[in-house]
Ligand binder design. Structure first.
Ligand code: HEC
Ligand code: HEC
Length: 397
Protein backbone atom coordinates (compact mmCIF):
# COMPACT_ATOMS: atom_id res chain seq x y z
CA UNK A 1 0.00 0.00 0.00
CA UNK A 2 1.39 3.39 -0.95
CA UNK A 3 0.63 6.56 0.88
CA UNK A 4 -1.13 9.30 -1.00
CA UNK A 5 -1.29 12.97 -0.43
CA UNK A 6 -3.13 15.98 -1.65
CA UNK A 7 -1.42 19.31 -1.37
CA UNK A 8 -2.88 22.61 -2.41
CA UNK A 9 -0.83 24.76 -4.76
CA UNK A 10 -0.29 27.89 -2.63
CA UNK A 11 3.54 28.12 -2.34
CA UNK A 12 3.47 29.12 1.32
CA UNK A 13 1.15 26.26 2.09
CA UNK A 14 3.44 23.93 0.20
CA UNK A 15 6.41 24.99 2.30
CA UNK A 16 4.51 24.42 5.53
CA UNK A 17 3.37 21.10 4.19
CA UNK A 18 6.85 20.00 3.33
CA UNK A 19 7.48 20.26 7.04
CA UNK A 20 4.34 18.49 8.11
CA UNK A 21 4.44 15.95 5.33
CA UNK A 22 7.83 15.00 6.52
CA UNK A 23 6.38 14.29 9.90
CA UNK A 24 3.22 12.84 8.52
CA UNK A 25 5.09 11.15 5.72
CA UNK A 26 2.61 12.29 3.09
CA UNK A 27 4.94 11.79 0.20
CA UNK A 28 6.70 8.74 1.56
CA UNK A 29 6.70 5.46 -0.32
CA UNK A 30 6.91 3.53 2.92
CA UNK A 31 4.23 0.98 3.64
CA UNK A 32 1.64 2.00 6.21
CA UNK A 33 1.78 -0.17 9.32
CA UNK A 34 -0.86 -2.63 8.43
CA UNK A 35 -3.75 -1.87 10.70
CA UNK A 36 -4.75 -0.86 14.17
CA UNK A 37 -4.48 -3.44 16.92
CA UNK A 38 -7.69 -1.90 18.31
CA UNK A 39 -11.37 -1.94 17.45
CA UNK A 40 -12.74 1.51 16.53
CA UNK A 41 -14.93 1.48 19.66
CA UNK A 42 -12.14 0.55 22.10
CA UNK A 43 -10.86 3.92 23.29
CA UNK A 44 -8.59 2.50 25.97
CA UNK A 45 -6.85 0.25 23.46
CA UNK A 46 -6.47 3.15 21.01
CA UNK A 47 -5.03 5.43 23.71
CA UNK A 48 -2.59 2.76 24.88
CA UNK A 49 -1.67 0.80 21.77
CA UNK A 50 -2.63 2.49 18.50
CA UNK A 51 0.22 4.07 16.56
CA UNK A 52 -2.11 5.26 13.76
CA UNK A 53 0.56 4.06 11.31
CA UNK A 54 3.17 6.45 12.71
CA UNK A 55 5.83 3.82 12.02
CA UNK A 56 6.28 5.85 8.84
CA UNK A 57 7.98 8.47 11.00
CA UNK A 58 9.49 6.50 13.90
CA UNK A 59 10.73 3.51 11.90
CA UNK A 60 11.11 4.61 8.30
CA UNK A 61 12.47 8.12 8.91
CA UNK A 62 13.85 8.35 12.46
CA UNK A 63 14.87 4.67 12.76
CA UNK A 64 13.97 4.58 16.41
CA UNK A 65 13.93 0.78 16.18
CA UNK A 66 17.68 0.72 15.53
CA UNK A 67 18.21 2.83 18.64
CA UNK A 68 15.89 0.82 20.89
CA UNK A 69 17.50 -2.43 19.75
CA UNK A 70 20.74 -1.32 21.44
CA UNK A 71 19.26 0.27 24.58
CA UNK A 72 19.41 -1.51 27.92
CA UNK A 73 16.21 -1.04 29.95
CA UNK A 74 18.18 1.06 32.44
CA UNK A 75 18.75 3.69 29.71
CA UNK A 76 15.13 3.52 28.53
CA UNK A 77 13.98 4.04 32.12
CA UNK A 78 16.47 6.88 32.54
CA UNK A 79 14.84 8.86 29.71
CA UNK A 80 11.50 8.30 31.42
CA UNK A 81 9.98 5.41 29.49
CA UNK A 82 7.76 3.23 31.68
CA UNK A 83 7.18 -0.52 31.89
CA UNK A 84 3.67 -1.93 32.30
CA UNK A 85 4.24 -4.64 34.89
CA UNK A 86 0.89 -6.28 34.07
CA UNK A 87 2.14 -7.10 30.58
CA UNK A 88 5.14 -9.08 31.86
CA UNK A 89 4.88 -12.43 33.70
CA UNK A 90 6.06 -11.80 37.30
CA UNK A 91 8.83 -14.41 37.18
CA UNK A 92 10.19 -12.93 33.95
CA UNK A 93 10.19 -9.48 35.53
CA UNK A 94 11.93 -10.73 38.66
CA UNK A 95 14.75 -12.38 36.73
CA UNK A 96 15.12 -9.78 33.94
CA UNK A 97 18.56 -8.29 33.40
CA UNK A 98 17.85 -4.58 33.12
CA UNK A 99 21.34 -3.93 31.76
CA UNK A 100 20.86 -6.18 28.73
CA UNK A 101 19.41 -4.68 25.53
CA UNK A 102 17.86 -8.10 24.80
CA UNK A 103 15.53 -7.44 27.74
CA UNK A 104 14.34 -4.24 26.03
CA UNK A 105 13.58 -6.22 22.89
CA UNK A 106 11.69 -8.81 24.96
CA UNK A 107 9.68 -6.03 26.64
CA UNK A 108 8.81 -4.56 23.23
CA UNK A 109 7.67 -7.98 22.02
CA UNK A 110 5.36 -8.19 25.06
CA UNK A 111 4.02 -4.67 24.31
CA UNK A 112 5.13 -3.78 27.84
CA UNK A 113 6.84 -0.44 27.19
CA UNK A 114 4.16 2.19 27.82
CA UNK A 115 3.44 4.21 24.68
CA UNK A 116 5.82 2.27 22.44
CA UNK A 117 4.41 -0.34 20.10
CA UNK A 118 6.78 -2.52 18.13
CA UNK A 119 7.06 -5.68 16.12
CA UNK A 120 9.90 -8.11 16.89
CA UNK A 121 10.97 -10.72 14.38
CA UNK A 122 13.78 -13.21 15.17
CA UNK A 123 15.08 -11.05 17.99
CA UNK A 124 15.13 -7.84 15.96
CA UNK A 125 12.74 -4.92 16.22
CA UNK A 126 11.50 -4.41 12.67
CA UNK A 127 8.79 -1.81 13.28
CA UNK A 128 8.24 0.70 16.01
CA UNK A 129 5.75 3.46 16.62
CA UNK A 130 4.50 5.55 19.51
CA UNK A 131 1.06 5.95 21.07
CA UNK A 132 -0.75 8.60 23.10
CA UNK A 133 0.18 6.77 26.30
CA UNK A 134 3.85 7.66 25.88
CA UNK A 135 3.30 11.23 27.04
CA UNK A 136 -0.07 10.94 28.81
CA UNK A 137 0.37 7.81 30.95
CA UNK A 138 2.75 6.81 33.65
CA UNK A 139 2.96 3.86 36.07
CA UNK A 140 2.58 3.62 39.83
CA UNK A 141 6.18 2.40 40.42
CA UNK A 142 4.78 -0.55 42.42
CA UNK A 143 7.48 -2.94 41.18
CA UNK A 144 10.40 -0.54 40.89
CA UNK A 145 10.89 3.07 39.78
CA UNK A 146 9.39 3.26 36.28
CA UNK A 147 7.85 -0.23 36.49
CA UNK A 148 4.29 -0.80 37.70
CA UNK A 149 0.61 -0.52 36.87
CA UNK A 150 -0.53 1.93 34.21
CA UNK A 151 -1.99 5.28 35.25
CA UNK A 152 -3.71 6.54 32.09
CA UNK A 153 -4.13 10.28 31.74
CA UNK A 154 -1.33 11.08 34.21
CA UNK A 155 1.27 13.13 32.39
CA UNK A 156 4.64 11.43 32.11
CA UNK A 157 6.65 14.22 33.66
CA UNK A 158 9.86 12.17 33.77
CA UNK A 159 9.75 11.40 30.03
CA UNK A 160 12.26 13.39 28.01
CA UNK A 161 10.81 13.30 24.48
CA UNK A 162 13.36 15.77 23.12
CA UNK A 163 16.29 13.66 24.31
CA UNK A 164 14.74 10.52 22.81
CA UNK A 165 14.24 12.19 19.42
CA UNK A 166 17.74 13.70 19.57
CA UNK A 167 19.19 10.17 19.90
CA UNK A 168 17.42 8.72 16.86
CA UNK A 169 19.79 7.72 14.04
CA UNK A 170 17.50 9.08 11.33
CA UNK A 171 17.28 12.60 12.74
CA UNK A 172 19.60 14.26 10.16
CA UNK A 173 17.38 13.24 7.26
CA UNK A 174 14.37 14.47 9.20
CA UNK A 175 15.83 17.87 10.07
CA UNK A 176 17.31 18.14 6.59
CA UNK A 177 13.86 17.93 5.02
CA UNK A 178 12.56 20.45 7.54
CA UNK A 179 15.29 22.82 6.44
CA UNK A 180 16.66 22.99 9.96
CA UNK A 181 20.34 22.70 10.81
CA UNK A 182 20.74 19.32 12.50
CA UNK A 183 23.12 20.47 15.21
CA UNK A 184 20.77 23.34 16.10
CA UNK A 185 17.83 20.93 16.20
CA UNK A 186 19.72 18.53 18.46
CA UNK A 187 20.60 21.41 20.79
CA UNK A 188 16.96 22.53 20.88
CA UNK A 189 15.64 19.01 21.49
CA UNK A 190 18.15 18.45 24.27
CA UNK A 191 17.23 21.76 25.88
CA UNK A 192 13.58 20.80 26.47
CA UNK A 193 14.16 18.56 29.45
CA UNK A 194 11.98 15.98 31.18
CA UNK A 195 8.21 16.40 31.08
CA UNK A 196 8.28 18.98 28.30
CA UNK A 197 7.55 18.87 24.59
CA UNK A 198 7.03 21.42 21.84
CA UNK A 199 4.11 20.45 19.60
CA UNK A 200 4.86 23.28 17.17
CA UNK A 201 8.63 22.88 16.74
CA UNK A 202 8.33 21.11 13.40
CA UNK A 203 5.78 23.66 12.20
CA UNK A 204 7.35 27.04 12.97
CA UNK A 205 10.86 25.83 13.96
CA UNK A 206 10.78 27.82 17.18
CA UNK A 207 11.56 26.09 20.45
CA UNK A 208 9.35 26.90 23.45
CA UNK A 209 8.49 23.58 25.07
CA UNK A 210 5.40 23.28 27.25
CA UNK A 211 4.78 21.00 30.21
CA UNK A 212 3.04 17.70 29.31
CA UNK A 213 -0.51 18.17 30.60
CA UNK A 214 -2.77 15.53 32.11
CA UNK A 215 -5.37 13.96 29.79
CA UNK A 216 -7.77 13.35 32.70
CA UNK A 217 -10.50 15.64 34.06
CA UNK A 218 -11.41 17.05 30.64
CA UNK A 219 -15.02 15.79 30.36
CA UNK A 220 -16.56 19.20 31.05
CA UNK A 221 -13.85 21.42 29.60
CA UNK A 222 -14.91 23.33 26.48
CA UNK A 223 -11.49 23.77 24.85
CA UNK A 224 -8.24 21.84 24.99
CA UNK A 225 -4.62 22.93 25.10
CA UNK A 226 -3.01 25.78 26.99
CA UNK A 227 -3.96 28.11 24.17
CA UNK A 228 -7.48 26.77 23.59
CA UNK A 229 -6.84 25.57 20.03
CA UNK A 230 -9.95 23.45 19.76
CA UNK A 231 -11.99 20.59 21.16
CA UNK A 232 -10.38 17.35 22.24
CA UNK A 233 -10.77 15.51 18.91
CA UNK A 234 -9.37 18.47 17.01
CA UNK A 235 -6.24 18.36 19.10
CA UNK A 236 -6.00 14.57 19.10
CA UNK A 237 -6.01 14.64 15.30
CA UNK A 238 -3.42 17.44 15.20
CA UNK A 239 -1.06 15.48 17.43
CA UNK A 240 -1.69 12.10 15.84
CA UNK A 241 -1.01 13.40 12.32
CA UNK A 242 1.48 16.27 12.66
CA UNK A 243 3.43 15.17 15.76
CA UNK A 244 3.22 11.41 16.07
CA UNK A 245 3.39 11.08 12.28
CA UNK A 246 0.23 9.00 12.07
CA UNK A 247 -1.24 8.10 8.72
CA UNK A 248 -4.38 10.18 8.43
CA UNK A 249 -6.01 13.48 7.70
CA UNK A 250 -5.72 16.83 9.42
CA UNK A 251 -6.97 20.20 8.21
CA UNK A 252 -6.86 23.61 9.87
CA UNK A 253 -7.11 26.72 7.76
CA UNK A 254 -5.79 28.84 10.64
CA UNK A 255 -2.53 26.87 10.47
CA UNK A 256 -2.76 26.55 6.69
CA UNK A 257 -2.52 22.80 7.03
CA UNK A 258 -4.37 20.34 4.86
CA UNK A 259 -2.82 16.91 5.19
CA UNK A 260 -4.53 13.94 3.61
CA UNK A 261 -3.27 10.39 3.64
CA UNK A 262 -5.28 7.47 2.42
CA UNK A 263 -6.18 5.31 4.23
CA UNK A 264 -7.02 7.66 7.11
CA UNK A 265 -5.99 5.68 10.19
CA UNK A 266 -6.75 8.55 12.58
CA UNK A 267 -10.26 9.94 11.98
CA UNK A 268 -12.21 6.70 12.58
CA UNK A 269 -10.53 6.36 15.99
CA UNK A 270 -11.33 9.85 17.30
CA UNK A 271 -14.80 9.32 18.84
CA UNK A 272 -13.79 6.36 21.03
CA UNK A 273 -10.48 8.02 21.87
CA UNK A 274 -12.35 11.14 23.03
CA UNK A 275 -14.79 9.11 25.12
CA UNK A 276 -11.92 7.28 26.80
CA UNK A 277 -10.17 10.54 27.69
CA UNK A 278 -13.45 11.93 29.05
CA UNK A 279 -13.80 8.82 31.24
CA UNK A 280 -10.47 9.53 32.96
CA UNK A 281 -11.16 11.22 36.29
CA UNK A 282 -8.53 13.26 38.11
CA UNK A 283 -6.87 11.49 41.03
CA UNK A 284 -8.10 12.62 44.46
CA UNK A 285 -5.61 14.26 46.80
CA UNK A 286 -4.10 11.59 49.07
CA UNK A 287 -5.48 11.53 52.62
CA UNK A 288 -3.45 13.73 54.90
CA UNK A 289 -1.70 15.52 52.05
CA UNK A 290 -3.24 18.91 52.92
CA UNK A 291 -4.54 20.78 55.98
CA UNK A 292 -8.36 20.63 55.88
CA UNK A 293 -9.05 23.75 57.97
CA UNK A 294 -6.51 25.81 56.01
CA UNK A 295 -8.02 24.55 52.73
CA UNK A 296 -11.47 25.74 53.86
CA UNK A 297 -10.06 29.18 54.57
CA UNK A 298 -8.27 29.03 51.21
CA UNK A 299 -11.54 28.33 49.39
CA UNK A 300 -12.95 31.59 50.72
CA UNK A 301 -9.86 33.44 49.49
CA UNK A 302 -10.08 31.67 46.10
CA UNK A 303 -13.57 33.02 45.63
CA UNK A 304 -12.96 36.38 47.35
CA UNK A 305 -9.80 38.39 47.84
CA UNK A 306 -7.76 36.14 45.51
CA UNK A 307 -10.20 36.70 42.62
CA UNK A 308 -9.26 33.24 41.30
CA UNK A 309 -12.83 32.12 40.63
CA UNK A 310 -13.32 35.03 38.23
CA UNK A 311 -11.53 32.80 35.71
CA UNK A 312 -11.30 29.39 37.44
CA UNK A 313 -15.07 28.97 37.57
CA UNK A 314 -17.50 26.04 37.41
CA UNK A 315 -17.00 22.37 38.23
CA UNK A 316 -13.75 22.12 36.26
CA UNK A 317 -12.42 25.48 37.46
CA UNK A 318 -12.21 27.06 34.03
CA UNK A 319 -14.15 29.72 32.14
CA UNK A 320 -13.21 28.17 28.76
CA UNK A 321 -14.19 28.83 25.98
CA UNK A 322 -13.33 32.35 27.18
CA UNK A 323 -9.63 32.96 26.54
CA UNK A 324 -7.21 35.40 28.17
CA UNK A 325 -4.36 37.58 27.00
CA UNK A 326 -0.96 36.65 28.43
CA UNK A 327 -0.85 39.97 30.29
CA UNK A 328 -3.98 39.14 32.31
CA UNK A 329 -2.09 36.48 34.24
CA UNK A 330 1.45 37.77 33.79
CA UNK A 331 2.47 34.90 31.51
CA UNK A 332 5.16 34.88 28.86
CA UNK A 333 3.41 35.51 25.54
CA UNK A 334 5.73 33.22 23.57
CA UNK A 335 3.39 30.25 23.34
CA UNK A 336 0.23 32.30 22.76
CA UNK A 337 1.96 34.18 19.95
CA UNK A 338 2.70 30.95 18.12
CA UNK A 339 -0.78 29.54 18.54
CA UNK A 340 -3.90 29.83 16.41
CA UNK A 341 -5.74 31.80 19.12
CA UNK A 342 -3.03 34.12 20.43
CA UNK A 343 -4.47 33.66 23.93
CA UNK A 344 -4.37 31.34 26.92
CA UNK A 345 -7.15 29.13 28.22
CA UNK A 346 -7.75 29.16 31.98
CA UNK A 347 -6.23 25.80 32.91
CA UNK A 348 -8.79 23.52 34.56
CA UNK A 349 -7.62 22.72 38.09
CA UNK A 350 -8.00 18.96 38.03
CA UNK A 351 -5.89 16.86 40.38
CA UNK A 352 -3.62 19.86 40.42
CA UNK A 353 -1.67 18.49 43.43
CA UNK A 354 -0.52 15.64 41.17
CA UNK A 355 1.37 17.36 38.40
CA UNK A 356 3.93 20.04 39.28
CA UNK A 357 5.43 22.16 37.78
CA UNK A 358 2.67 24.64 36.87
CA UNK A 359 1.73 27.03 34.07
CA UNK A 360 2.22 26.07 30.45
CA UNK A 361 5.95 26.68 30.61
CA UNK A 362 6.47 25.16 34.04
CA UNK A 363 7.52 28.55 35.40
CA UNK A 364 6.01 27.82 38.86
CA UNK A 365 7.60 24.86 40.63
CA UNK A 366 4.98 24.57 43.36
CA UNK A 367 1.43 25.67 44.06
CA UNK A 368 2.80 28.15 46.57
CA UNK A 369 4.86 29.64 43.72
CA UNK A 370 1.62 29.90 41.71
CA UNK A 371 -0.06 31.84 44.52
CA UNK A 372 3.00 34.07 44.93
CA UNK A 373 2.94 34.77 41.20
CA UNK A 374 -0.69 35.89 41.28
CA UNK A 375 -0.22 37.84 44.50
CA UNK A 376 2.37 39.93 42.70
CA UNK A 377 0.85 40.19 39.22
CA UNK A 378 -2.71 40.88 40.37
CA UNK A 379 -1.54 42.92 43.37
CA UNK A 380 -3.73 40.91 45.73
CA UNK A 381 -2.06 41.98 48.98
CA UNK A 382 -2.23 38.50 50.52
CA UNK A 383 -0.48 37.87 53.84
CA UNK A 384 1.88 34.92 54.24
CA UNK A 385 -0.82 32.99 56.10
CA UNK A 386 -3.35 33.69 53.36
CA UNK A 387 -0.96 32.55 50.64
CA UNK A 388 -0.44 29.34 52.54
CA UNK A 389 -4.22 28.81 52.99
CA UNK A 390 -4.74 29.27 49.26
CA UNK A 391 -1.98 26.77 48.56
CA UNK A 392 -3.67 24.23 50.86
CA UNK A 393 -6.96 24.71 49.00
CA UNK A 394 -5.26 24.09 45.65
CA UNK A 395 -3.66 20.96 47.09
CA UNK A 396 -7.13 19.66 47.99
CA UNK A 397 -8.63 19.94 44.47
C1 HEC B 1 5.24 13.55 22.50
C2 HEC B 1 4.32 13.70 23.60
C3 HEC B 1 2.84 13.65 23.30
C4 HEC B 1 2.14 12.66 22.65
C5 HEC B 1 2.66 11.40 22.03
C6 HEC B 1 0.75 13.06 22.73
N1 HEC B 1 0.63 14.24 23.40
FE1 HEC B 1 -1.08 15.10 24.00
N2 HEC B 1 -0.07 16.71 24.58
C7 HEC B 1 1.29 16.85 24.61
C8 HEC B 1 1.63 18.22 24.93
C9 HEC B 1 3.01 18.82 25.08
C10 HEC B 1 0.41 18.90 25.08
C11 HEC B 1 0.22 20.39 25.40
C12 HEC B 1 0.02 21.14 24.12
C13 HEC B 1 -0.51 22.51 24.33
O1 HEC B 1 -1.37 22.70 25.20
O2 HEC B 1 -0.08 23.39 23.60
C14 HEC B 1 -0.64 17.93 24.88
C15 HEC B 1 -1.99 18.20 25.01
C16 HEC B 1 -2.96 17.22 25.02
C17 HEC B 1 -4.32 17.42 25.46
C18 HEC B 1 -4.91 18.70 26.02
C19 HEC B 1 -4.92 18.70 27.53
C20 HEC B 1 -5.53 19.97 28.05
O3 HEC B 1 -5.57 20.19 29.25
O4 HEC B 1 -5.97 20.80 27.27
C21 HEC B 1 -4.97 16.23 25.28
C22 HEC B 1 -6.41 15.93 25.62
C23 HEC B 1 -4.02 15.31 24.72
N3 HEC B 1 -2.81 15.94 24.58
C24 HEC B 1 -4.29 14.01 24.34
C25 HEC B 1 -3.43 13.25 23.54
C26 HEC B 1 -3.82 12.08 22.78
C27 HEC B 1 -5.20 11.46 22.77
C28 HEC B 1 -2.72 11.65 22.12
C29 HEC B 1 -2.63 10.56 21.11
C30 HEC B 1 -3.38 10.81 19.89
C31 HEC B 1 -1.62 12.53 22.52
N4 HEC B 1 -2.11 13.51 23.33
C32 HEC B 1 -0.29 12.34 22.16
C33 HEC B 1 2.20 15.84 24.38
C34 HEC B 1 1.89 14.64 23.74
C1 HEC C 1 -7.62 36.45 34.49
C2 HEC C 1 -7.97 35.06 34.66
C3 HEC C 1 -7.30 34.29 35.80
C4 HEC C 1 -7.26 34.59 37.14
C5 HEC C 1 -7.84 35.80 37.82
C6 HEC C 1 -6.56 33.50 37.77
N1 HEC C 1 -6.18 32.59 36.86
FE1 HEC C 1 -5.13 30.90 37.21
N2 HEC C 1 -4.91 30.59 35.23
C7 HEC C 1 -5.45 31.41 34.26
C8 HEC C 1 -4.87 31.06 32.99
C9 HEC C 1 -5.17 31.72 31.66
C10 HEC C 1 -3.96 30.01 33.25
C11 HEC C 1 -3.02 29.35 32.24
C12 HEC C 1 -1.73 30.10 32.33
C13 HEC C 1 -0.61 29.44 31.56
O1 HEC C 1 -0.29 28.29 31.83
O2 HEC C 1 -0.08 30.11 30.70
C14 HEC C 1 -4.02 29.75 34.67
C15 HEC C 1 -3.25 28.78 35.32
C16 HEC C 1 -3.37 28.51 36.68
C17 HEC C 1 -2.74 27.39 37.33
C18 HEC C 1 -1.81 26.38 36.69
C19 HEC C 1 -2.46 25.03 36.50
C20 HEC C 1 -1.58 24.04 35.80
O3 HEC C 1 -1.94 22.86 35.79
O4 HEC C 1 -0.53 24.44 35.27
C21 HEC C 1 -3.10 27.44 38.65
C22 HEC C 1 -2.72 26.47 39.74
C23 HEC C 1 -3.93 28.62 38.83
N3 HEC C 1 -4.06 29.24 37.59
C24 HEC C 1 -4.45 29.04 40.01
C25 HEC C 1 -5.00 30.31 40.20
C26 HEC C 1 -5.22 30.91 41.47
C27 HEC C 1 -4.91 30.29 42.80
C28 HEC C 1 -5.73 32.16 41.23
C29 HEC C 1 -6.08 33.24 42.22
C30 HEC C 1 -5.01 33.69 43.06
C31 HEC C 1 -5.84 32.31 39.78
N4 HEC C 1 -5.37 31.17 39.20
C32 HEC C 1 -6.32 33.42 39.13
C33 HEC C 1 -6.39 32.38 34.42
C34 HEC C 1 -6.60 33.02 35.64
Amino acid sequence: MRTQSSVRTDPYLRSVLVASCLVAGCSSDAPVADKSPCATNDGQCIFRHDTFGDEQLWTDTLRLHDLVQTLPPTTALAVGLKVDADAVPADVLASADLHDPATTVALISLDAVVGVHGIVESGRITKIGITCAMCHSTVDDSVAPGIGKRLDGWPNRTLNPGAVIALTPGLPSFTGSLGVDNAAAVAALNSWGAGRYDARFNQDKESHPVVLPPAYGLANVALETYTGEGVVSYWNAYVAVTQMGGHGNFKDDRLRLDIRQDPDRVTPMLPALRDYQFSLVPPAAPTGSFDIAAAQRGKILFEGQGRCSACHSGASFTDAPTLHAASETGMSADEARRSATGMYRTTPLRGVWQHPPYFHDGSAQTLLNVVEHYDQVLDLGLSGAQRSDLEQYLLSL
